[in-house]
Design a protein around this ligand. Structure first.
Ligand code: B1M
Length: 208
């Protein structure tokens, strides 16, 4: 089994104590950080499919998520870019009612690498909290909202519209598995991205 396949299997099996060493070994063996990350993301899809099929349950999803997060920690310093030129502050969070944070954390990591000063509000963030964070922080140029559940899509809409009502010129970017470019436009977001890498590209475009 290649090192990357090993990482993938460990995430799927939720072996959080072994994952950091396995990711480091994959890096040492010459695997690219992006390829290791892609493998872990693919593992989470497998985990999601098994959950949908009733083969595993919430606790298994949780330990797989914990393993992925530990793996990402090892990749973070490797993937960090040159952040000497700040593009401004970005407020980011997963919207109200939604506890998924792996995708959000990846977007935080990529936007940080792209040069944004990130303020991460965490998960289950009420619309007003995004507004408060814009008020509390200096030089906020972007608000980024993540949503992973179809049931929290209305909360995504509320977050965008509450921020826009308070700060009509503030740029807002949204994303997450159930979000489409059409939905993003419909709820008044300025930008949408399907993954963390393209979120960084889109975010830079929005504040240019
Ligand atoms: Co949840 N869960 N979960 N879950 N979970 C999903 C999302 C689900 C698709 C699984 C399934 O049924 N196949 C399903 C949602 C179905 C739907 O709404 N259509 C689901 C469900 C149903 C639930 C619960 C309701 C289960 C229950 O309790 N019965 C519950 C809800 C809890 C809540 O939030 N209120 C629940 C709970 C959980 C755990 C807590 C156990 C755990 C999350 C732990 C954590 O995040 N720390 C969990 C997990 C792990 C998953 C899956 C398996 C993996 C999610 C993940 O981390 N993916 C997921 C299945 C799946 O995704 N296939 C599933 C990897 C991550 C890198 O991808 O987050 O999509 P993702 O992020 C991507 C893009 O979406 C994008 O970039 C990232 C990658 O580059 N992106 C953005 C994300 N945010 C962005 C913002 C942007 C731009 C791009 O701009 C701002």
């Amino acid at each position: 089994m290649s090192k990357i396949e090993e990482v993938k299997a460990l995430v799927e099996a939720g072996k959080s104590k072994k994952i950091a060493a396995a990711v480091q070994e994959a890096l040492d063996a010459g695997d690219k950080a992006q390829d290791i990350l892609d493998a872990m993301v693919a593992s989470m899809s497998v985990v999601g499919d098994k959950f949908s099929a009733g083969e595993i349950f919430v606790p298994e999803m949780l330990i797989a998520a914990k393993s992925m997060s530990k793996g990402v920690e090892v990749l973070k310093p490797v993937m960090a870019g040159d952040t000497s030129n700040s593009l401004g502050t970005c407020i980011m969070g997963t919207v109200a009612g939604d506890l998924h944070d792996i995708g959000k954390n990846l977007v935080v990591m990529m936007l940080e690498s792209a040069g944004f000063d990130m303020v991460d509000l965490g998960v289950d963030v009420a619309a007003e909290k995004f507004v408060q964070a814009v008020k509390d922080n200096d030089n906020v140029v972007l608000v980024a909202c993540s949503g992973l559940l179809t049931t929290t899509m209305p909360a995504l809409k509320e977050a965008v519209q509450t921020v826009k009502a308070a700060f009509p010129d503030m740029k807002v970017i949204v994303g997450g598995a159930p979000v489409t470019p059409e939905y993003a436009a419909e709820i008044g977001a300025d930008g949408y991205a399907p993954d963390a890498g393209s979120a960084a590209v889109k975010a830079k475009e929005l504040v240019a």
